[in-house]
Write a protein that binds this ligand. Structure first.
Ligand SMILES: [Zn+2]
Length: 230
């Protein structure tokens, strides 16, 4: 290979090409040629590992902290995916169906409250009277931030228990199940559909045993101190 690298290019070089040539010179100086044969290797070693490759190609992507909490939670995968769909605005609320022009129904009202509010995800899961009663009961306050990330961070801090994410995911799931029960079976008495505590106690079975015991203990305390539907 010739040592005069400029002879490898059409001259004169454009300013952009000259700048890139300078970068190439620097890279070559940092990696001097040797008599040793070339050796190809992965950044992490000699053996290909799909997990390492996945981490490498996605290392530049900044994942919102709230998503990390979801995936690291002790909930079963079905409820984790559900929470991810909700926060990613991919849940088939009536609002989303309308935005996608999927004319399943003309009725866009929330079925969980008597306010006949427009059913979009923030109303359904956070500001609906029904949902607010659950959050108040569990002493989770969503009013401490301007967006979902800051509100969740503040609520998590205020909650002060290690199972905040698990509780929130289970409540999301509970609200959605109740909403679907009314929507598909035309059950007109959602508030008589049992206690959220009993529902969560059942769902806790899908949580890691160590956290499950702590959460059940906390839920028992909540049950003693409050009533939701009574
Ligand atoms: Zn509502």
């Amino acid at each position: 290979m010739t040592t005069d690298r400029t002879s490898l290019f059409h001259l004169p070089m454009s300013s952009q090409a000259y700048e890139e040539f300078g970068l190439l010179q620097d890279a070559l100086l940092a990696n001097p040629l040797s008599a040793e044969p070339d050796n190809w290797a992965y950044g992490w070693g000699q053996t290909y590992k799909s997990g390492q490759y996945y981490s490498l190609i996605h290392s530049h992507i900044l994942v919102p902290t709230i998503y990390k909490w979801i995936w690291k939670s002790s909930c079963i995968m079905r409820t984790k995916v559900f929470a991810w769909l909700l926060l990613s605005d991919r849940l088939n609320t009536r609002d989303l169906l309308k935005r996608h022009h999927w004319n399943v129904t003309d009725d866009t009202h929330c079925v969980l409250c008597v306010a006949h509010a427009y059913e979009e995800r923030f109303h359904l899961f956070f500001t609906c009277n029904f949902s607010q009663r659950i959050w108040n009961y569990l002493q989770i306050d969503w009013s401490l931030g301007d967006d979902i990330q800051s509100a969740t961070s503040a609520a998590r801090r205020e909650f002060g228990m290690p199972f905040f994410t698990e509780v929130v995911i289970l409540v999301y799931w509970h609200i959605w199940k109740l909403r679907n029960g009314i929507f598909f079976s035309r059950n007109t008495q959602p508030l008589a559909n049992g206690s959220v505590i009993l529902f969560m106690t059942f769902l806790c079975l899908g949580i890691e045993l160590k956290l499950n015991i702590v959460m059940l203990s906390w839920l028992g305390l909540m049950l003693c101190c409050n009533t939701l539907y009574r």
